[in-house]
Design a protein around this ligand. Sequence first.
Ligand SMILES: [Zn+2]
Length: 199
Amino acid sequence: MFESLIAAAVLSATQQGDGKSPMPSPWRDPGYMKLVWIQSPNFGHRPDGYVIDTVVIHSTVIPTLEKTTEAFQRESSQVSSHFTIGKDGSIVQNVSTYDRAWHAGVSKDFFGRDNVNHFSVGIELVNLNDGKDPYPQAQIDALHAILVVLKRRFPIKQLTSHEFIAKPYGRKNDPTIFPWEKLKDLGLPMYYGKPKDEK
Ligand SMILES: [Zn+2]
């Protein structure tokens, strides 16, 4: 049941347009497998000719979903992702998947393509990225559900980490200690850690 609810929510969120709400005050996390769309001003158009075929997984370093959403709401931060997932499996959509979110920065993927933001969906996991903070199962569940829907929607050919694609190598190391094996059943190639051409 949760799977179908989230599928409906994420499918509608992959459309262009409505479904956006302002930053709620007081803040309440939407809850396990529930999605709210709080639009970030930090995005642009995807250039013509790019196919969305990549998902980049990040961790926020920022400790909460509220504070991450706030950061993505600030124009001065110049950063955003498409989705942010809280530790309890709450989901905030920040940018339409049809638009280009600003999550990867200077980057090159496994296939040697740079400007990864052009062709990727960015997903942020609320996590301190200190190498100790765990990713609770509820958070993995929500990530998994989003990935299932994205796979259905777009010709996704890889999951990758911000660490793997950020240039120069070492500029980013997120998401540290992420349990990639929990995404294995999706059947997607996964590229994380250190790229092979980095000594
Ligand atoms: Zn990142």
